[in-house]
Design a protein around this ligand. Structure first.
Ligand code: SF4
Length: 178
């Protein structure tokens, strides 16, 4: 965000952190990005029956520059990995990633050279979602858990230290998925 760098520590920073966490978690805009069958469930989650609008999230953005959440819905092929990474890099900070389904989380049943064995080889993942495919209720549960995580994320120097401790770094693209 930037302004938190200028703030002194203590009560003021805690209040700003709480306010920023609440604002960020209440206004997540996902990137419009579906890769395979899991994307059908993601679309169903945004439609009338499940209604992501209840959480201020119905606006799936067609531009990564307007999105702060990437839901990786489906298996990631080696060919798609650099495209996915480019979209992630174009999203402004702060940003979060949900790996939706076993394929995105670990490659799932596609244990072969064509599929990335977990999207965390390409982008840092905040929430892993099991299932093949996960139902909309499961995606909503993951989103609500991510909201809680965002609400308690520290800002500024403390935030940087927390990310370092978690080892949450943007992975370097290696030969096969560059
Ligand atoms: S987890 Fe299942 S539903 Fe999702 S992309 Fe893989 S095969 Fe398709």
């Amino acid at each position: 965000m930037g302004f938190e760098e200028k703030l002194p520590g203590g009560v003021l920073l805690s209040s700003v952190e709480a306010l920023a966490g609440w604002a960020r978690s209440s206004s997540l805009w996902p990137a419009t990005f579906g890769l395979a069958c899991c994307a059908i469930e993601m679309m169903a989650t945004g439609a009338g029956r499940y209604d992501l609008a209840r959480f201020g999230m119905e606006v799936f953005r067609p531009s990564p520059r307007q999105a702060d959440l990437m839901i990786v819905a489906g298996r990631v092929s080696q060919k798609m990995a650099p495209v996915l990474r480019q979209i992630y890099d174009q999203m402004p900070e702060p940003k979060w990633v949900i790996a939706m389904g076993v394929c995105a989380s670990s490659g799932g049943m596609f244990n072969n050279y064509a599929i990335v064995q977990g999207v965390d080889h390409v982008v840092p993942v905040d929430m892993y979602l099991p299932g093949c495919p996960p139902r909309p209720e499961m995606l909503m549960d993951a989103i609500l858990k991510l909201h809680e995580k965002i609400k308690h994320e520290p800002l500024g120097e403390r935030g940087r230290r927390a990310l370092e401790q978690q080892g949450r770094e943007v992975p370097a693209l290696t030969g096969s998925n560059r």
